[in-house]
Design a protein around this ligand. Structure first.
Ligand code: GAR
Length: 211
């Protein structure tokens, strides 16, 4: 079974969906949760993860320099020997140190088409621009902001929505199934990703599979 380190900064609804998929869903025979980590010790998602029976860890990132902090996070995560680092609302840009430590093995879910919108506030962007549809994207993380190779996308129908809350409700429902399904496809070897597409300076080869 692949060992997952799930990283979050807040609510953790994607983490819950992933843990449920591991416990009794599409990831049941494919993955286990090595740790749920947060850069915010007070994140509600951490408590939820513990209540679901997951090992948890945290390091406060406030006022920390990015590279220095990320080096410490890498040390913490390595203790749990993750095969994949799964970002689930982890609201921090990762430094090259972090990306290279887990090159090709970091996944992110983004609430928009990463070719159209990068960074924060993707649901606000879709709502304010009155888009008829947005696309939830699961992608591999490289050194750019939301630039990594796309693993899967799924449309969200936004016709007729009149509040941001409704946009988020529809989007999250898609996120919660797409993330686990995509990870399951990846772990079953049903997704092919070429290494060339990853923008990574110098990937270390520490015995883990590279794409
Ligand atoms: C989710 O909508 C996720 O796609 C988004 O943050 C939310 C976290 O919710 N991530 C990003 O915007 C990353 N740029 P959750 O904590 O309930 O999973």
């Amino acid at each position: 079974k692949a060992r997952l380190a799930i990283l979050l900064s807040g609510r953790g609804s994607n983490m819950v969906a992933l843990v449920q998929a591991v416990q009794h869903g599409v990831l049941q025979n494919l993955a286990e949760v090595a740790v749920v980590f947060s850069n915010k010790p007070e994140a509600p998602g951490l408590k939820t993860a513990a209540a679901l029976g997951c090992p948890t860890a945290s390091l406060g990132s406030q006022d920390r320099k990015r590279a220095e902090f990320d080096a410490e996070v890498v040390d913490v995560l390595r203790q749990y020997q993750p095969d994949y680092v799964v970002l689930a609302g982890y609201m921090r840009i990762l430094s090259p140190t972090f990306i290279r430590a887990f090159a090709g093995r970091i996944l992110n879910i983004h609430p928009a088409d990463t070719h159209q919108h990068q960074g924060l506030h993707a649901y606000e962007w879709a709502f304010e621009n009155q888009l008829p549809e947005t696309k939830i994207t699961v992608h591999l993380v490289d050194e750019g902001l939301d630039t990594g190779p796309i693993l899967a996308q799924h449309p969200v129908d936004l016709r007729g929505v009149d509040t941001l809350a409704e946009v988020e409700r529809r989007g999250l429902a898609v996120e919660h199934t797409l993330y686990a399904d995509t990870l399951a496809g990846l772990l079953r070897g049903q997704l092919r990703i070429s290494n060339e597409e990853l923008r990574i300076g110098s990937a270390d080869s520490d015995g883990f599979p590279q794409f």
